[in-house]
Write a protein that binds this ligand. Structure first.
Ligand code: NAD
Length: 493
């Protein structure tokens, strides 16, 4: 089998994107970017330092007054054009994101399409953020307007190279802010391409900037005195650090973290839709998405459904229907969790360890893996594994299942598969998670409903898209006005 698309592209030494063009950063430290499909180096990315962050902040600061003064009806035109450009170039962009992050091109395109929905939402902002006025006492009017914050930053993880920046960029920029995006150093290509498209869409220089890098760049962002707000998406460990460090220096911070999403499988679940529903959630994007189900709790007699899940998981063609793992260390981590569960007595009923894909031999592959009879002591029952691995536990009652779900420290998503409205309603009310699904394994709220979890899956207030995102990227100005009668004026003039 040949590779599913051209995986042999190379991009050489990358730069940052500052003031509407590529700029060689001051740092002399670079790190290789490998494609998960081939394991080959496809680019070298700068690890920007504090001076590089400052450079981009200065460009964004210089662009801010004029962009903030530009009428929102004009600002939004850039987003209309960006939407069209993304749609026109969807195949190329999907393959670019797939090449660097390991998704299938289809999955990568779906991520971009989800980002396009946020752009569409941002296109309605002239109507959404019109504020209001009221006569609050006789002759006194009070009005509200939503003002941009200034220079803001979006820090993104590796697993959705277009979608996560597109959760924030359209709304923050349409609101009148100027922006830096700091992509994951593992997937720098998509954000740089987004910068080119924004320029083509007519965005003025300096409004959107890309600084490549890792920890040093993120720490410099947290500490920079002229950055007003940070949105972060990544692991909970780093999310917490960014939340604390950014808040300490007076910034508004919303930091989305990791997840351990549970699904409850009831014995009355639809036997045709539920088994592939659960498996697709666990294995889509090779399990590397914060909405993936990675723990299933079966209630009562679910063996016939598990048999169907097994059959379905074995039918998934690696390299075609399912993509690769981001890097070698992640493959090793996933293997370690599966090995450990096996040693502790779990049953590996579908084994994706040591998988290979013809035509992509050097790539990082793990096939769909289902592990039955997982128990509470096993780390795989609790930890975020971030691979195409489903840990199955069995219990006797729905309330036992809910107790397990609710005891995990994360709270991104939780779902139930059942034919009972009563069970679904009970679960939806009790689940301790920000996004709940009924007969849906990946309950991503679509616009205008906002995306965001609870507990250790999010630090900060509000969600990253939707109305709370508009609030996050703006500050409210209240103007109270009283005019006095002009006693010298004759109304007959
Ligand atoms: P990560 O936390 O390793 O990296 C995220 C960002 O932080 C990257 O830009 C990276 O360069 C930077 N970074 C990494 N280590 C850092 C450090 N020590 N100090 C400062 N910055 C650092 O996450 P990842 O591996 O790129 O992405 C996977 C994680 O993201 C998973 O935990 C997943 O659940 C989570 N995620 C969450 C959501 C959500 O919406 N909640 C969405 C996507 C991914």
């Amino acid at each position: 089998m040949a590779a599913p698309f051209n995986i042999n592209r190379e991009f050489g030494t990358l730069q940052n994107w500052v003031n509407g063009e590529r700029r060689t950063p001051k740092t002399e430290t670079y790190t290789p970017v490998y494609s998960p499909y081939s394991g080959k180096e496809i680019a070298s990315v700068p690890l920007s330092n504090a001076a590089d962050i400052d450079d981009a902040v200065k460009a964004a600061q210089a662009a801010f007054p004029s962009w903030a003064e530009t009428n929102i009806k004009k600002r939004v035109q850039v987003m209309f054009r960006l939407k069209m450009l993304l749609e026109d170039n969807l195949d190329e962009l999907g393959e670019l994101a797939a090449l660097e992050c390991g998704k299938t091109p289809g999955e990568a395109k779906a991520g971009i399409e989800k980002g396009i929905e946020v752009i569409e939402y941002s296109c309605s902002m002239p109507n959404l953020i019109s504020g209001g006025t009221q006569e609050v006492s006789n002759g006194v009017d009070c009005g509200l307007s939503r003002e941009p914050l200034g220079v803001v930053v979006s820090i993104a993880p590796f697993n959705f190279p277009f979608m996560v920046p597109l959760w924030t960029v359209p709304i923050a920029i349409t609101a009148g802010n100027t922006m830096l995006v700091k992509p994951s150093e593992q997937v720098p290509l998509s954000a740089l391409r987004l910068a080119e498209l924004l320029k083509e869409a007519g965005l003025p220089e300096g409004v959107f900037n890309v600084v490549n890098g890792g920890q040093e760049a993120v720490e410099a962002i947290c500490d920079h005195p002229d950055i007003e707000a940070i949105s972060f998406v990544g692991s909970s460990r780093v999310a917490r650090q960014v939340y604390v460090r950014g808040s300490q220096s007076g910034k508004r911070v919303l930091a989305l973290g990791g997840a351990k999403n549970h699904t409850v499988l009831m014995p009355d679940a639809n036997p045709d839709i539920s088994p592939p529903g659960v498996v697709d959630s666990a294995t889509g994007c090779a399990g590397q998405r914060c909405m993936a189900v990675s723990a299933m709790i079966g209630v009562g007699e679910i063996s016939p459904l598990v048999e169907k899940m097994k059959e379905y998981a074995k039918s998934i063609e690696l390299g075609k229907q399912m993509g690769a793992i981001i890097n070698k260390e992640s493959v090793e981590r996933i293997h370690r969790y599966v090995d450990q569960a096996e040693e502790m007595g779990a049953d590996i009923i579908v084994d994706g360890r040591n998988a290979t894909v013809e035509g992509c031999e050097g790539g990082y592959w793990v096939g769909p893996t289902l592990i039955d009879n997982v128990t509470a002591e096993m780390p795989i029952a609790h930890d975020e594994v971030f691979g195409p691995v489903l840990a199955i536990r069995r219990v006797r009652s729905l309330d036992e299942a809910i107790a397990i779900e609710n005891a995990n420290p994360y709270g991104n998503a939780a779902s139930i598969f059942t034919s009972s409205g009563e069970a679904a309603r009970h679960f939806s009310r009790k689940a301790n998670a920000g996004m709940v699904g009924v007969n849906i394994g990946v309950p991503v709220p679509r616009e205008p409903f906002s995306f965001g979890g609870w507990n250790d899956s999010k630090f900060g207030v509000g969600d990253i898209t939707g109305e709370s995102s508009v609030r996050f990227w703006t500050k409210d100005k209240k103007v109270t006005v009283r005019w006095f009668p002009d006693t010298n004026r004759s109304w007959m003039d």
